[in-house]
Design a protein around this ligand. Structure first.
Ligand code: NDP
Ligand code: 8X3
Length: 266
């Protein structure tokens, strides 16, 4: 965790699931290492709770700044860096985690609002925020330095029926991530993608518009990954030697072998 010493880390979608676990994991890995965590999402109350938890666990060893940021709103992203207190602007690690899926409709029935919010959040939001943070990285020596860690999905590698839009958004994340890594070849900026399989979070509750019983059925008879499992891999990626780029990780729970091949206990 020496490698995180003095760094500022920005995490989107930190009010729940993988983003929240990632904030906790960064803090636990470097509890008294002069670490700064900027945790962002739309639900500020949850961010405040998370910040209090981290401060308590680390005896104020980790500094945490909760900030409301809706990544689907370009104007919020535009004003974001400038709105941070000066000592929080020297960001070293960006974790683009905020994302969502809405519904399981097939193409003819997909609601326009669902289509728009998935692209605005998972794709345009991720790209806009990356564009907002990159100039900070590029001011550093050797063409620039910093880590961009994008949360993709198995869905970006393997489209499935009822997931066309979500899968397309995650395929877009994958493409953007790979182009960016190539564009930044002459810098020391690392571009990293972590692609989870099935993780039990609020993800399915959001997919089914709040219907918890439908969400629970997704995980019935399975042992899904926990958000902590993915957080460990994100932090591992960010703490490799500076010359090591863990370009992509596809992460399954043991019972899963593709988006749709899932063994369920009888
Ligand atoms: P959760 O629903 O638990 O968390 C999603 C997070 O994204 C929340 O903190 C939510 O915060 C935030 N978010 C959603 N919309 C916005 C927005 N417009 N602006 C800012 N933040 C937003 O799900 P996960 O933790 O599972 O999801 C995290 C990432 O992991 C997503 O990109 C998802 O696609 C990906 N993923 C998830 C998998 C799974 O099986 N769970 C598998 C593969 C990938 P708030 O509502 O407060 O804004
Ligand atoms: C979440 C995984 O397969 O439910 O990204 O779309 S899946």
């Amino acid at each position: 965790a020496k490698r995180l010493e003095g760094k500022t880390i920005l995490i989107t979608g930190a009010s729940s699931g993988i983003g929240k676990s990632t904030a906790l994991e960064f803090a636990r890995t470097n509890p008294n290492g002069n670490l700064r965590l900027i945790v962002t999402a739309r639900r500020v109350d949850s961010l405040e709770e998370l910040a209090a938890q981290i401060r308590k666990e680390t005896n104020d060893g980790v500094k945490v700044l909760p900030v409301k940021l809706d990544v689907s709103k370009a104007d919020e992203i535009r004003g974001f860096v400038g709105s941070l207190p000066e000592e929080w602007r020297d960001i070293h690690v960006l974790v683009n985690n905020a994302g969502l899926v809405k519904g399981v409709a097939k193409a003819p029935e997909i609601a326009e609002d669902d289509l728009n919010i998935m692209f605005a959040t998972n794709v345009t939001g991720l790209i806009n925020l990356t564009q907002a943070i990159l100039p900070i990285f590029q001011k550093r020596p050797n063409g620039g330095q910093g880590d961009i860690i994008n949360i993709g999905s198995i869905a970006g590698r393997e489209p499935y029926p009822g997931g066309s839009i979500y899968c397309a958004t995650k395929a877009a994340v994958r493409s953007f991530t790979e182009s960016l890594r190539k564009e930044l070849i002459a810098t020391r900026i690392r571009v990293i993608e972590v692609d989870p399989g099935q993780v039990e979070t609020e993800f399915s509750v959001v997919r089914f518009y709040g219907d918890k019983s439908k969400a629970d059925a997704i995980y019935a008879g399975c042992d899904p990954l926990t958000p902590d499992d993915i957080a460990e891999i994100v932090v591992f990626s960010a703490t490799r030697r500076e010359n090591v780029v863990l370009a992509e990780s596809l992460v399954y729970p043991n019972h899963q072998a593709s988006a749709l091949i899932m063994h369920r206990r009888p």
